[in-house]
Ligand binder design. Structure first.
Ligand code: FAD
Ligand code: EPU
Length: 341
């Protein structure tokens, strides 16, 4: 049943906690309802904003159109092969709920992505990643509905053109499709990814050794690390990393390293180095900065925060100042990861 409401505050529907309004708002819990909605003549020409958990958006204006909150539920095992299990989840399933389902059943591959906020349907949008694993490593396919034609299409891995925090849905097909289900290929025999960041150290603190290592232990370690590092949106408004980590050329990195010997960098190919934007922002003096209710988190400089009543434009202005000062200091452009609406 579709219940289209008008003049709805979006504050509860974005983790930045920005108080803007939607002209129209609807929660859609099945593919049939979605098809019905897209055929309603009075809404065909309305601009549409698709929302899952609202944990990767910065809302800068009232939305003069229809906000569609995708709430399609369901987790199903669709295929069981010798080495793999295939699981299909509705776009509205909470991402961490899916991770917990897999960890409890012993389906491996997704454990490093524990506790990422948001929904299954938004996960392929930016190829979510954390602690050495990206969604594309376990992605099999997805189904999506074209907003203008209602045509249903299956996207394979190569159709999605995944990159670091990128996919075809953020580029060529931006704003064209609503993702309805995602299918994952999970492993019966786990490959443990423990080399990234503080995972090994945290496992040791938890008393986990190579003998009793498990996907549950990795998931628990990742949850611990994330809770200690990242602000909880229920306490303080944020959308995780505001910027992507920039990729620069090896020669540019080498030159900067002479001036800033402590600058961290991770080679990602022969000639490209990824530099942590959090480090650049901290060096530029922004960590813990606050102007009104907009700020740069005191423990993680890559996270912009709303202390209460900041507007989207106040956060955006701060983001621009941060970008400019990082560029002035290092000659590096940092681009937003968050979707600015
Ligand atoms: P939303 O914010 O609702 O939407 C994000 C984008 O996807 C928007 O453009 C929206 O229009 C579009 N969209 C949403 N659902 C659909 C759909 N069904 N069909 C088509 N388009 C859709 N991300 C990481 O990659 N790694 C992390 O470690 C990480 N940590 C985070 C930590 C915190 C504390 C927070 C707040 C965020 C973090 N994020 C991280 C970002 C965020 O969790 C992910 O981007 C997540 O996938 C967003 O899901 P969502 O449902 O909230 O998407
Ligand atoms: N750093 C600083 N100061 C800071 C923050 C970070 O110097 O204030 C430096 C440190 O050198 C640290 C390095 O940055 O070693 C990396 O920091 P961290 O491990 O916290 O990771 P990140 O690069 O800030 C990325 C992702 C996160 C993901 C973590 C773990 C991006 C844009 N962000 O953060 O994803 O959870 O790694 O894998 O790639 C998100 O996308 O929203 C997100 C939170």
């Amino acid at each position: 049943m579709l219940n289209i409401q008008s003049h709805v505050s979006l504050k509860p529907y974005n983790t930045f906690g920005i108080d803007t309004n939607a002209r129209y708002w609807v929660d859609v819990s099945s593919e049939d309802d979605l098809q019905t909605l897209l055929q309603l003549t009075e809404f065909i020409d309305e601009p549409k904003l698709i929302l899952g958990g609202g944990s990767n958006v910065l809302l800068c204006h009232d939305f003069d159109g229809l906000v569609v909150k995708v709430n399609i539920q369901g987790i199903d095992i669709i295929r069981n092969e010798d080495n793999h299990i295939y699981v299909t989840a509705g776009a509205g399933v909470n991402w961490h709920e899916l991770v917990m389902f897999c960890v409890q059943k012993g389906y491996a591959g997704v454990e490093n992505l524990s506790l990422i906020p948001g929904t299954v349907g938004a996960a392929p949008m930016q190829n979510i990643g954390a602690y050495g694993v990206e969604l594309e490593q376990l992605f099999e396919s997805l189904t999506a509905i074209h907003i203008s034609t209602g045509e249903k299409r299956t996207f394979t891995h190569s159709d999605c053109a995944f990159g670091y925090r990128e996919s075809v849905f953020k580029r060529e097909l931006k704003g064209q499709y609503i993702i309805t289900t995602v299918t994952f290929q999970l492993d019966k025999q786990p490959t443990f990814h423990t080399r990234y960041g503080a995972i090994q150290e945290t496992l040791a603190e938890m008393g986990v050794s190579d003998e009793n290592l498990s996907i549950k232990a990795i998931s628990d370690a990742v949850i611990r690390i994330r809770r200690s590092k990242l602000p909880d949106p229920a306490q303080i408004g944020n959308a995780g990393s505001f910027f992507k980590n920039p990729e620069i050329s090896q020669p540019q990195f080498d030159t900067l390293k002479v001036q800033y010997p402590a600058m961290p960098g991770y080679p990602i190919s022969n000639d490209v180095v990824k530099v942590p934007a959090g480090w650049l922002i901290e060096q530029a003096g922004w960590k813990g900065y606050r102007a009104g209710d907009a700020g740069v988190h005191a423990k993680q400089a890559l996270v912009l925060v709303n202390y209460g009543n900041a507007t989207g434009n106040e956060i955006l202005l701060l983001a621009k100042k941060v970008q400019e000062s990082v560029f002035a200091m290092f000659g590096i452009t940092i681009s937003p990861e968050v979707n600015i609406v």
